[in-house]
Design a binder for this molecule. Sequence first.
Ligand code: C2E
Ligand code: MG
Ligand code: MG
Ligand code: MG
Length: 271
Amino acid sequence: EAKNEGPGKIKVFRRRMLEKLQESRTLEHDMAMALVKKEFVVYYQPIVDSFSQEIYSYEALIRWVHPHKGLLSPDSFVPVAEKTGMINEMGKSVLEMACREAASWAVPAKISVNVSPVQLSSKAFVGIVLSILKETGLPADRLELEVTESSLFTESATPMNTLNKLRAMGVKISIDDFGTGYSSLSRLSRLAFDKIKIDKSFVHSISTQEDALNIIRLITGMAKSLNMKAVAEGVETQEQLNNLQALGCDFAQGYLFGKPQPCIDGEIRNG
Ligand code: C2E
Ligand code: MG
Ligand code: MG
Ligand code: MG
């Protein structure tokens, strides 16, 4: 056992640390190149009215078309981009692509774009949104921004001020992955979001765990009393949808209605 504590173990540890460092440096470098080479693309997933099942909006979800590794999902690179600050450029490019494409759609569905806490704490963000709307011709009321609870987990007034300015311009704000963070209820009511997106972990357990059902009932009730709409994410089965309808959840998103798809010639095929 003593051998494991010895210099051999330290060597292995150092090598692993160096490998990790090298890996993340390569990823950072590759990501910077990818931005220039336009390897980041946007996929779109419908958000539907829970009752009529009419498409209300499309959520823009970033993908990396990697030259060797294929299609990469955001969980594998967004956190790194947030750490290095590259998310500001990346997020701007997603917003630009999404607004430009949405402006050309035949149907005036809304477009929902995820915004990182890093972007939200930048004083330049409101100006960026404003100029993208102008440049693409997308009306402000067709744009929705999805922010997470952790965005507001700061002493800085910037994120809150930013959201209030955007709302005053007509942009709608949703709080994403709700239920997994620690939003205080008072903060939530002060902010006046437009929508609350219920995290898919609750939705997935809705038919099997009474706790999950009760939490969703609580969130939809809270949304109603705060004059916000409730959106369920990750809806995969008809049974989940039935439960959500019974609870009066306004909107739903998930594989039951469509997976994220690219927009080709102004069209998003339902898949
Ligand atoms: P999110 O905003 O909560 O997006 C929902 C995620 O759930 C997406 O994963 C979507 O593909 C997945 N999903 C949708 N329906 C279902 C379903 O029925 N079942 C299951 N199991 N999953 C479903 P995706 O596209 O991998 O994105 C992961 C996260 O990455 C997003 O979570 C969001 O936080 C972040 N993200 C994506 N695009 C962007 C972006 O442009 N900027 C920033 N800052 N973050 C992004
Ligand atoms: Mg989202
Ligand atoms: Mg979400
Ligand atoms: Mg999520």
